[in-house]
Ligand binder design. Sequence first.
Ligand code: GLY
Length: 346
Amino acid sequence: MWPRWPGSPVSDPIQAIVVASANGRVGLPAATEILAAGGSATDAVIAATRLVEADPGDRSVGYAGLPNILGEVELDASIMEGRGLRAGAVGGLQGYQDAIDLARAVMDRLPHAFVAGDGTRRLAQELGYDGRDLLDPETERIWREGLSSEGITDGVADGSARSLDQVMQMVTRLSADPERTHEMYGLGETPDEPPHGTVNVLARDRQGNMASAVSTSGWAWKYPGRLGDSPVIGAGNYCDNRWGAAACTGRGEMAFRCATAHSVVMFLRFGYTLEDAVTQALRDMEALDDPFASEVNIVALAADGTHFAGSTVENRTYVWQSPGMTEPDERPRRVVPLTFQPGRSV
Ligand code: GLY
């Protein structure tokens, strides 16, 4: 039995809500204000995500996001609407901080769902966004120190070094030593969010429509052009008014290979509880043969407005807010530790 698309006219007001990864806190009051005024879930998630993209204190999203191995900040973002499964995404955006706005422009103004590379810059120019050097001095310092602490100096200044080898050296170090990673990212001892960062924002509006937004600068010291899960619909982001929405942070390659956000929504469709849907989607990652496996986090919002979040590691939280609340509420995520058997493949 297929439910009708919620979002068609309803007689009773539906409780609006916005849910985000912990670093989305800065955007929740603005999103809640939009929802309280009867605005759309899409406008709410865009407004919240924009504020995170503009925040220089968040080195995993937008302006001042950590760069690739060459020192270039490359942004990825996606948006999905739960009514009609509309979606838009950009990948590898350079020189503009407005990744989520451009993802929406792909959805609203092009007959496409995904634009990557030079086309994203062209789109930003055509739409009149202001260009910006995304690498702030502190982020550049972290990028340089990360390289030099690994003895990577030759060819960095002129980009002539073999990025292939450098990326492998950096990722080997980062995945082997998470504490060192936190230090290198300048996140302190108890970071709210994992070193891979990224922001997730999910919302349901008073019409019962849902939307989900994800924005990231991706892995620091990544290979130029690398795309993670965030701009990939189904991997880092998925939304369907009939069942719910889910989005991911953490090691994007894992969510990418497991189509994690889509899995959560499909598990809901097949009758799982929200808690079981998130837990199962995380457990599915145990099938991955991945020498660099590290943490993955999911936030989820069901069509009935209930919310839940999981993480493969401890001490991760998420935030949510509804009209009538003066500030976001922070909740712990359920820990679903993964048991990998190195070298195993299924
Ligand atoms: N989850 C963000 C990334 O891996 O790029």
